[in-house]
Design a protein around this ligand. Structure first.
Ligand SMILES: CC(C)(COP(=O)(O)OP(=O)(O)OC[C@H]1O[C@@H](n2cnc3c(N)ncnc32)[C@H](O)[C@@H]1OP(=O)(O)O)[C@@H](O)C(=O)NCCC(=O)NCCS
Length: 432
């Protein structure tokens, strides 16, 4: 029998069951709170709300732990790759050789977007923001693949393998199309002989008579970047995907909503903000120390971008991995990036500073991912799009978890109304 939590309200006591996760996370099950007490749980920002029970990703923010389907991110970064980890995130277990082969083929064979969709892209303004274009194209997948997006759960689940491959593969293709169109260039056709990451770089950078030449270090860094972003539990965009999915919407509509949620600077836009900050520090001639002081004072409204996390109150394990990969990549490619020196100074200074230490502010994944992306030749306004390509397997897996749950209810939080109390309509002629 699970422990009970007792809530005392006025002179009455109410008992609520508790739930324990496999890693000892504890929750009070308040689902009957309103019907038994007349109260609702108030938790603006959802910092204390478990919105679901999920089997996909585990995070222990205090200990700096991240695991996909139970496997530590460090092991996956070392031994797996983006598509293999994606398979596991989607389906629950590491694939056999034949399962992986089939999955890779399905992703590869679905990389080309419909010619009609590529044509539609030309209707966007040349300076359209890449995330705006990507979100529109993700939503439009349901228009060009209507058989995969029926909003009939049984049919959509039957077609899940195909729809998941389309979502993962065509996000990358649509992202590259958005980039090329912003440059006034025609899109490239996917190259099925290339790995997922190399194909993306080819889609972005191949020119007529000048095909993109894959560099192993670059391929590995891109794949690692995508793998590290593949899922992250109930963040803002993933929760959005689940919210939309809970209403019965198809996969493409749900992930399009997720991409809109990712767009904001507090979520997927932080990697861009890190580069902007490092560039500004460089341009001002500061080595980082004045900026640290400004960020601490809080008066300039500046924050040390890439530091701090709502969940991690310790090192973000992804930051450790990508920080190391970043150094290796720049070394191997012979890139001398002054922004990296500033980033190192900032990191060292902040980790030794009581302001940051006492608030548990450690580097997060965005601190280094911007530098890696820059070294790969990806422009800053594409950084959030890169995050979306990486996060797609997580969004898809979360959609599937909702779709496969026969007891799933539509997600519908409540509110505490604080507007005007009951009042009468005043006809126009009587208004002052
Ligand atoms: C990620 C973030 C939004 C998490 O915020 P949070 O957990 O809600 O923490 P809060 O905003 O409540 O901040 C707690 C304290 O730390 C300070 N703080 C948090 N992040 C800070 C940063 N990056 N630089 C300077 N001070 C920071 C706050 O000013 C606050 O100080 P106070 O207690 O004296 O008022 C926040 O750390 C941040 O803005 N980081 C920079 C942006 C970023 O890298 N985002 C990517 C996240 S993956």
């Amino acid at each position: 029998m699970s422990k009970q939590a007792v809530l005392k309200l006025d002179d009455n006591e109410f008992a609520f069951p508790t739930i324990e996760g496999v890693e000892d996370e504890k929750a009070v099950d308040f689902r009957s709170l309103r019907s038994t007490t007349g109260y609702v749980a108030y938790d603006e920002g959802y910092g204390n709300t478990g919105s679901c029970q999920s089997e996909i990703t585990f995070i222990d923010g205090e200990a700096g732990i991240l695991r996909y389907r139970g496997i530590p991110i460090e092991q996956l970064a070392e031994q797996s790759d983006f598509l293999e980890s994606s398979y596991m995130i989607l389906y629950g277990d590491l694939p056999s050789q034949s399962q992986l082969h089939e999955f890779r083929s399905r992703v590869r064979d679905n990389a080309a977007v419909s010619p009609l969709m590529a044509e539609a892209l030309k209707g966007f303004a040349a300076d359209a923001p890449p995330m705006g274009v990507l979100g529109s194209m993700l939503g439009a997948l349901s228009c060009y693949n209507p058989e995969l997006a029926t909003n009939d759960r049984a049919v959509d689940l039957e077609n899940f393998d195909q729809a998941a491959a389309v979502a993962i593969a065509q996000t990358a293709t649509a992202a590259a199309l958005a980039f090329r169109s912003s440059q006034g260039k025609e899109g490239n056709a996917p190259d099925p002989s290339l790995s997922f990451g190399d194909n993306f770089l080819h889609l972005m950078f191949s020119e007529k008579g000048q095909p993109y030449e894959a560099i192993p270090e670059v391929s590995r860094a891109l794949d690692l970047m995508l793998l590290l972003h593949a899922d992250h539990e109930q963040n803002c965009s993933t929760s959005t995907v689940r919210m939309v999915a809970s209403g019965g919407a198809n996969l493409f509509a749900s992930v399009a909503a997720g991409s809109a949620a990712l767009w904001g600077p507090a979520h997927g836009g932080a990697n861009m903000a890190v580069i902007k900050m490092l560039e500004e520090i460089r341009a001002s001639g500061d080595d980082g120390s004045s900026f640290i002081e400004e960020a601490k004072s809080g008066q300039s409204g500046k924050r040390l971008m890439g530091f701090g996390h709502r969940v991690y109150k310790n090192f973000d394990p992804r930051a450790k991995i990508i920080g190391k990969a970043c150094e290796e990549l720049l070394d191997k490619m012979g890139i001398d990036d002054p922004c990296l020196d500033i980033a190192r100074n900032l990191e060292q200074a902040a980790l030794a500073d009581d302001y940051f230490v006492s608030r548990n502010l450690y580097p997060n994944v965005d601190f280094y991912s911007g530098i890696v992306l820059r070294a790969l030749g990806i422009p800053a306004d594409m950084f959030t799009v890169m995050f979306a390509i990486g996060r797609m397997p997580g969004w898809v897996a979360n959609w599937r978890e909702i779709a496969m749950n026969p007891k799933m209810k539509i997600n519908r939080p409540r509110q505490i109304y604080q507007g005007p109390a009951l009042r009468d309509y005043v006809p126009m002629e009587s208004r002052g």
